[in-house]
Design a protein around this ligand. Structure first.
Ligand code: AMP
Length: 477
């Protein structure tokens, strides 16, 4: 719990309040400011240098509670400003370098997120003498241990690496006063619960806890009960609602080849599509899209997925962040924790089947105080998941017809089989009595494949051919 009181910025209110004052106060209330919090001058200066004009909703709610010493459970997606919401109170509490051992621990699911949090803390503590170290797996522990030995105040860590270094006897955690769990839902998805439990065993019981999660899953609730004491709950957006500043668009695209053709068409507009993240469901599609863009796309492309080495991933993200390349292709798992500003567009090349990933994906654009755009491509089978996503986000994603200039390719036999099989599976899941319409068909003769722009079984599937041969207008749902 916070024991020290803040000594500055105590409100002074001795003068009688005039009507003008009241008006002014009302105006001030409409325009919240970081000055409203009891942050010290060094932090306020750093915030103003970062160009933050006003606190975001999660910051408005979390900062006073955390500074008052409460345990807080924050339900906030990435992009809402949640990092500053816990880092600023933390820095007020840690204040300056003291002793050798960490007094605050932030746990995060991925190395990318650890690095991003560390970077954020460095920025906010530009005028403070606070030592922050980030530790994560995938690289040797030697440098990390050396940095810890030099003395630290705030430790940012992935759970696995934290336990590795602790077991080597290189970490003293008995002086922790604050524990933050960031992206707790992802930590649980990624199976970190046993490590988190181990960590809870080895750190002091008396401490302040802050937990952040994009969603309020049942399991997050269970974790919060285990780990938080009388938490104050801050929920900035209804569960899994995409940030309002993101415009969304859906294209029904029958197959992979046409998805690529549409991508090529869209990316001709270099001015609009200047900084694009493209999400795919599989590593293979990530590689396919990136090698296509490599051949065609001007502006360079990098790809991050699970088969890429740690350094390749870090370098790829850096190159994109620095604007050296225009496109970053990523799978959902690899994209966790990547924080990049000013992404002009998020392209959902495939529809994610973990529906919350859609919310995470589009949270990459339209970050705090900016507008962004998200485009999703869906084939016939993926439309089922679009329905589910729309239920989750409680809105319909506006649909656009494939532009006339885009060639709509016929679906190759193997791909159509996969789609048909998937459609059958979906029907079967919804209706256990459904016997299945899909039959293994013999491959059509080669010469028929890839000719023309015909959409197979267009009528049956609710697809409509436009003049250009593209599909438009979904069935009324
Ligand atoms: P986060 O949700 O913490 O990942 O933050 C998303 C992005 O918003 C980060 O790039 C922050 O630098 C930025 N950000 C956080 N707070 C503010 C604010 N009050 N005003 C403008 N940008 C902000």
């Amino acid at each position: 719990m916070i024991e020290e009181e803040n000594d500055n910025l105590a409100p002074e209110q001795d003068e009688p309040i005039t009507p003008e004052d009241t008006q002014e106060t009302a105006q001030e209330e409409e325009q919240p400011s970081f000055e409203d919090f009891k942050l010290n001058r060094q932090l306020l200066n750093a915030i103003s240098e970062l160009g933050y004009q006003k606190p975001t909703p999660v910051q408005m709610q979390t900062i006073p509670l955390a500074m008052a010493g409460h345990d807080v459970m924050g339900i906030a997606q990435t992009g809402t400003g949640k990092t500053a919401a816990y880092v600023l109170p933390l820095l007020m509490k840690v204040k300056y370098a003291q002793g050798k051992h960490p007094r605050a621990l932030i746990l995060a699911p991925t190395r990318e997120l650890v690095m991003q949090i560390e970077e954020n803390i460095q920025k906010f503590s530009a005028y403070l003498d606070v030592r922050t170290v980030g530790i994560f797996g995938g690289v040797g522990p030697k440098t990390q241990i050396e940095r810890i030995q030099a003395g630290i105040d705030i430790l940012v860590a992935t759970p696995g690496r934290l336990m590795d270094i602790y077991r080597k006897g290189e970490l003293h955690l008995k002086e922790l006063k604050t524990l933050v769990l960031d992206e707790a839902d992802k930590m649980m998805d990624m199976g970190f619960m046993p490590q988190i439990r181990q960590i809870l065993e080895i750190i002091p019981r008396k401490r302040q806890n802050l937990l952040f999660s994009a969603t309020m899953h049942e399991r997050v609730h269970i974790l919060s009960e285990e780990f938080l004491e009388f938490p104050m709950i801050v929920e900035v957006t209804p569960q899994a609602t995409p940030v309002e500043t993101v415009s969304q668009k859906l294209y029904r695209v029958p197959n992979l080849r046409t998805k690529i053709a549409l991508l090529e068409h869209l990316f001709q507009d270099k001015e609009t599509f200047n900084r694009v993240m493209i999400f795919t469901r599989s590593k293979t599609n990530a590689d396919n899209v990136s090698s296509f863009l490599d051949r065609k796309g001007e502006g360079g492309v990098r790809v991050v997925h699970g088969n890429k080495g740690q350094n390749t991933r870090i370098n790829a993200v850096e190159a994109f962040r620095e604007g050296e390349v225009r496109y970053l292709v990523a799978t959902d798992v690899a994209a966790r924790g990547i924080d990049i500003n000013d992404v002009s567009h998020v392209i959902n090349f495939d529809v994610p089947i973990i529906y919350e990933d859609y919310v995470h994906r589009i949270g990459r654009t339209g970050r705090a105080e900016q507008t962004g755009a998200s485009i999703i491509f869906a084939n016939e089978a993926e439309m089922h998941h679009i329905d589910r996503i729309e239920k989750l986000i409680k809105m319909q994603i506006p649909e656009a017809p494939i532009p006339a200039e885009v060639r709509v390719y016929e679906t190759p036999f193997e791909e159509q089989q996969l789609i048909d099989r998937e459609l059958d599976n979906q029907r079967r899941r919804e209706d256990p009595n459904f016997k299945g319409a899909f039959h293994e068909k013999k491959a059509r003769p080669k010469e028929n494949i890839g000719k023309g722009a015909k959409v197979r079984d267009a009528k049956k599937a609710g697809w409509k051919k436009t003049k250009s041969g593209g599909a438009s207008k979904r069935k009324s749902r």
